[in-house]
Design a protein around this ligand. Sequence first.
Ligand code: SAM
Ligand code: DTB
Ligand code: SF4
Length: 337
Amino acid sequence: MQVRTIQPPRPHRGAEPQAASHAAWHADRIEALLGLPLPELLWQAQQVHRAHFDPTEVQLSSLLSIKTGGCPEDCGYCPQSAHHEVGVEADKLMDAEQVLEHARAARDAGAGRFCMGAAWREPKQRDLDKLTRIIEGVKQLGLQTCMTLGMLQPAQARQLADAGLDYYNHNLDTSPQFYGRIISTRTYQDRLDTLQAVRDAGMRVCCGGIVGMGESRRDRAELLAQLATLEPYPESVPINSLVRVAGTPLEHAPALDPFEFVRSVAAARICMPRAWVRLSAGRKELGDGVQALCFLAGANSIFYGDTLLVTGNAEVEADRQLFERLGLHAGDAAPRA
Ligand code: SAM
Ligand code: DTB
Ligand code: SF4
């Protein structure tokens, strides 16, 4: 009998040990890693990966846009910003029952974590009550929960943590130096403040960035240095490859050599040894060969499901076949200390 979906992960083994940060991860050191001959870089990344994880195990996160479009922020890459003419219709927050239907389907297809994204600058108080019900419902399905709702005040972060939210996703996106070329409506410090509020509330942090927006290798090193020196570093690190969406200011960003993406994944693995390093947006466009190199470079998580937020993702059936061809399986065993 043909198996149509990737097998569900083994049950989660409780809280992961807190990741310690390495203050020594200066951008110079990471830039030197990024410039290594690729076999050297992959070898180092594989050694670090194998010390903490089963290299054949990949965590599956499914993504759902629970509030789409019409966002007041001007992030230059984003199809959901109201500043760009993309043709994404603005919607209101999805009903809890509808979210739970999607979550059930994701669980049945083998996902271990359910990530919900909202195109907001920040959530409003009235939204938080509904979000609390959603978090409780998704957890009852046996899924880990993650949300990305924009900036959070400390009290909002505490409310989400009290509802049982496991992870909060908030990306730094790029280096502090390049950031102003991409976003003007919120500062780098705003993002760091939200990350601190999430940490202080006791949630796990999911924080990464985007590669391929016209930034330099130095910028990628600076981004990774920011992430690796957060105290502690994020438990989950999404590395997105820019999806160039027509109508966004980055529609015509020059294509980046895909090996630079692989290098970024490897460096992320080396400087954040016990993080889930997630191949995020742009996986479909990277193709099977580059994805395979990313798994060899220490990536151990993917967004799983036919859509991301509004753009297409690698299809579930294609992922099932890729895992079979590469000898990978779904799983989310906590990293070894
Ligand atoms: N509005 C919230 C926020 O920005 O914090 C949450 C949703 S936002 C879509 C989450 C992340 O998706 C962004 O920080 C960015 O890293 C990523 N993203 C958005 N559009 C993308 C694109 N076209 N290509 C790659 N990554 C993208
Ligand atoms: C993240 O780092 N990538 C995801 C998730 N966090 C929310 C979003 C990717 C969005 C890609 C473009 C889109 O479909 O809107
Ligand atoms: Fe809004 Fe998030 Fe898109 Fe920025 S990335 S425009 S904050 S939805």
